[in-house]
Every structure is written in structure tokens, then in C-alpha cells.
Design a protein around this ligand. Structure first.
Ligand code: GLN
Length: 485
């Protein structure tokens, strides 16, 4: 398994060139894509050109940064100038952004090599990557199963080593849940830490971009590169960014200095026994490593899901009003008048799940229902945040399984939206509260499917999440397992 640091070593010691590394990645993609379908588009030519620039720098004796020459995949709801950005939707089929998102701008500036754009649930609405208008991505551990979602393409690309690292976006769990299903690391940063400029909006008060990688250190390196203040995003935080990598130590702080709270409310119904078993073992290991463990109650945790499914569709219904066949992408072929053109375009361009969300959101925001649904949901959101605040007065980190189950079969939940929504039970409250959280592999079930542990911290404590996840990861072998494809 090759990590960012290993590739960096190979590059600076001139053992391999960036072009060679990129070509190898592209060949790998060619070989695996018929099975996996992680990518909506592969940008081979641009990737080679980016890699050549890195090689030229190395040849000229210039110093290169940690991400230079590193192959990376980008979720297809992040705008890339001159490269199609579809959001997995027919309505953006031919959309080629005239501008670059801040995150990809930073990556290109750092010399990273973008391999292409990865598949996702349409407009990031979903938990299985089955809602894409283009293709269904397979889970590399069992191709009959889903990779999770909505960043399923990115998670599958990293798990299968099609790419070294990838970017995803997380509104209610879309980085962490696929990371857990695919056996990789994924982090949703504090709301506002990473610029949303150029991220196609789903639910703007929760959307965040974050890394997916095979190791904790790689996620730390990637977050270091994309975090930071951006005047182009009005919700961007202007705060100093800690040195995440320098903070990775072989041992946890002396006994008892890291207090971990297990969220009581996550151990109820619906939790797979294999997930519970793996999580319990992970907690025992953390305790052996010196963490102090206690059980913590977040009484309103389970209200996260219903609250989210009012707030997220409400924001989505407003955000998606812009797709009208005039300004972006797809327009219906024939229409009788302007209104008819709008309605036909939206009816033909959006998929079922997106339409469902737009309708729920429009309803929740409409006069007469606003107070009963939207306003009420916002109040519950505050209470959920309050529970977290109280918990963080007692512990440094909260832990729970990332998902109640391992990856489910393709088609298993497509006809039952509610059971699909339930797969984000553990991750959603974190987005409502704007907190950072990371999923780290913590074992496999009897069928060989990966299981993830979610670590949640208070705002802007990503350094602590990395610190604890790194020590945990290095003290077991889970991250060394790779799917046999
Ligand atoms: N699965 C959740 C949803 O469908 C979360 C998606 C996300 O985080 N983008 O909304």
C-alpha cells in the first residue's frame, strides 16, 4: 500500500517520476472501472500534464511540497474549471464550470494530480451512490454491495487504490459513512474550516468538503492543504490552522488525559452485533492505549435524523431553484411557453430522490407550515448542539460506530427511503451541530465487510481527532487490509 509520504519519498529520491506514478494510476483505473464505476470522468491528459510539471520542478532542483505528484480523485459536485461537473445529475449533464473551486485550486497549486471526478448520489442526496443519474458504484470489498454515499465514488476509488486520496463532501454523513463501508479513513471538518466556494450547494448550513484516504496521516496531509480562510465563502472561519502532521505522535497523552465518551443513545435497536463487537474491541484498545472511557448521554441525539430531514430538504429546495434550464446544463427539448419549459426541464432533469427532497422542503417552508416544521427543527437543532456542548465539558472525544450496519446490497434499500435515511443515524447530529468527526476502520464483519468507528470532537479540534485516530490506527492492522479485486 502506497501512502502520500511514500510517494513523496520516491519522487524526491528520483526513484519514480510523477508521470510514471500517474500513468500507473490511470492504468489501474482502466482495469478496475468496468467493475467499480467510481469515476464519472477520468481526466487522463490533464493528469499527465500536471504530473509533467511536477517532474520539471524536480528536474530543476526545486523543492516540492508533500502533495506534489500525488494522484487524487475529486467528487463530482466540486467545480473544476474546464472539466465537466455533473453532481451525478442529468440536469448538469453538459455543465463545464467556468471557475475553479477553492479546494481544487489549492490542490492544483500544491502540485496534486487530479485523476478525475467521482460518482455520487445526485446532488449528494443519498447514502449508497445509487441515486446517480449515470451509474451505480460498487463496493470494492463486495461488488454486489453499495460503497455507501453520497461520496461513494471517492471512497471506492481510495479503497481500491485507484487513487491515493480523494475529496468528498459531507452534509449528513457522506464522507464518513462511505469511508466506513469501504474501510478507509474519512473526516468531516468543522463547519467553516474548509471553503465551500465551488462546492455545489445541497444544504448550505451543513455542507463541508473533506478528505478520504487509506491512512489517518494522509487525511491529515490533505486537510492541511485545503483548510483555511477564504473570503469567497461568507461562512469561512478566519482561524489559525494547527500543524496536523506534527501533532501525530506514536503514543497517546499520559493515562487519563484523553477522555472518550461513548454515546449511550447509539447502542439501541438496529445496531448490527458485528458492528457492536468490533466497536467494543476498538474501545478496549483505546483504553489500553491510555484513554479514559466513560458513557455519556446525548439525550436528543436520535432527534437528529427527523430534524435533518426537515432542514436539509428545506435548504435544498431553495438551493436547487437555480436549475431552470436557463442558466445551467440541461433544458427540455420542446416546451410550449416559459413556465412549461421550467417545469419540463426540472421534471426531466432531476431524479426521484431530488424531487422528493424539493417537495418536502418546499412544503416545510411554506406559509402555515414554516413554524410547525422548519422553525421547530431549528429549535431542536439548538438542543442537539447543547447536548454536545454539555458532553464536551466532560470528555474530549465522543465515540460511536460510524454506521449501524456494514455495506448493504445494491437495490436493497432503493424502494424504502426511510430505511435508507436511517443509515446516517450516527453521523447526522454532527453536521447539525457543525462539529468535526472522523471515521477510522475498526474491523470486519463475518462476511469480510469493513466496519468504521466514528470519533467526534468539539469545534476546531481536528488535531485531536487525528492524534487519537492515528495512535489507534497504528496499534492495529486494519488499515493494511486491501480488497481483492
Ligand atoms: N445521506 C444523507 C442525505 O441523503 C447525507 C448526504 C450527505 O452527507 N451529502 O442527505
Amino acid at each position: 500500500m502506497v501512502s502520500i509520504s511514500e510517494i513523496h519519498q520516491q519522487l524526491i529520491s528520483k526513484q519514480r517520476s510523477a508521470v510514471e506514478i500517474t500513468q500507473e494510476a490511470l492504468e489501474n483505473i482502466n482495469q478496475l472501472e468496468p467493475k467499480l464505476k467510481s469515476f464519472i470522468c477520468v481526466t487522463a491528459e490533464k493528469a499527465i500534464a500536471q504530473a509533467s510539471q511536477v517532474d520539471a520542478k524536480i528536474a530543476a532542483g526545486e523543492k516540492i511540497g508533500p502533495l506534489a505528484g500525488i494522484p487524487i480523485a475529486v467528487k463530482d459536485n466540486i467545480c473544476t474549471r474546464g472539466i465537466p461537473t455533473t453532481c451525478g445529475s442529468k440536469i448538469l449533464e453538459n455543465f463545464i464550470p467556468p471557475y475553479e473551486s477553492t479546494v481544487t485550486q489549492k490542490l492544483v497549486g500544491a502540485g496534486a494530480v487530479i485523476l478525475g471526478k467521482t460518482n455520487l448520489d445526485e446532488f449528494a442526496m443519498g447514502s449508497s451512490t445509487e441515486n446517480s443519474a449515470y451509474q451505480v458504484t460498487a463496493n470494492p470489498w463486495d461488488v454486489k454491495r453499495v460503497p455507501g454515499g453520497s461520496s461513494g465514488g471517492s471512497a471506492a476509488a481510495v479503497a481500491s487504490a485507484e487513487s491515493v486520496v480523494a475529496l468528498g463532501s459531507d452534509t449528513g454523513g457522506s464522507i464518513r459513512q462511505p469511508a466506513s463501508f469501504c474501510g478507509v479513513v474519512g473526516i468531516k471538518p468543522t463547519y467553516g474550516l474548509v471553503s465551500r466556494y465551488g462546492l455545489v450547494a445541497y444544504a448550505s448550513s451543513m455542507d463541508q468538503i473533506g478528505p478520504l484516504s487509506r491512512t489517518v496521516k494522509d487525511s491529515a496531509i490533505l486537510l492541511q492543504a485545503i483548510a483555511g480562510y477564504d473570503p469567497k465563502d461568507s461562512t469561512s472561519l478566519n482561524v489559525p490552522i494547527p500543524d496536523y502532521i506534527a501533532n501525530l505522535k506514536p503514543n497517546l497523552k499520559p493515562k487519563g488525559q484523553i477522555r472518550i465518551g461513548l454515546i449511550k443513545e447509539t447502542f439501541g435497536q438496529g445496531l448490527d452485533s458485528s458492528v457492536l463487537q468490533a466497536f467494543t474491541k476498538a474501545v478496549e484498545l483505546l483504553q489500553e492505549l491510555g484513554a479514559e472511557i466513560q458513557v455519556i448521554s446525548c439525550p436528543r441525539f436520535s432527534y437528529g435524523l427527523p430534524t435533518y430531514y426537515i432542514i436539509a430538504p428545506s435548504e435544498a429546495s431553495a438551493n436547487l431553484a437555480r436549475y431552470d434550464g436557463v442558466k445551467y446544463g440541461f433544458r427540455t427539448r420542446e416546451s410550449e411557453n416559459l413556465l412549461n419549459m421550467y417545469t419540463k426541464t426540472r421534471s426531466e432533469g432531476f431524479g426521484l430522490e431530488v424531487k422528493r427532497r424539493i417537495m418536502i422542503g418546499t412544503y416545510a417552508l411554506s406559509a402555515g407550515y414554516y413554524d410547525a416544521y422548519y422553525l421547530k427543527a431549528q429549535k431542536v437543532r439548538t438542543l442537539i448542539k447543547e447536548d454536545f456542548n454539555k458532553a464536551f465539558a466532560k470528555v474530549d472525544i465522543l465515540a460511536c460506530p460510524t454506521s449501524s450496519t456494514t455495506a448493504f446490497k445494491v437495490g436493497e434499500k432503493t424502494d424504502d427511503p426511510l430505511s435508507m435515511y436511517l443509515s446516517d443515524l450516527m453521523t447526522i447530529p454532527v453536521n447539525l451541530a457543525g462539529l468535526p468527526a472522523l471515521s477510522v476502520p475498526c474491523g470486519f464483519d463475518q462476511q469480510g465487510l469493513p466496519i468504521g468507528m466514528q470519533l467526534i470532537s468539539n469545534v476546531l479540534k481536528e488535531d485531536l481527532l487525528f492524534e487519537v485516530a492515528y495512535v489507534y490506527e497504528q496499534s492495529n492492522n486494519w488499515y493494511k487490509f486491501q480488497p481483492q479485486l
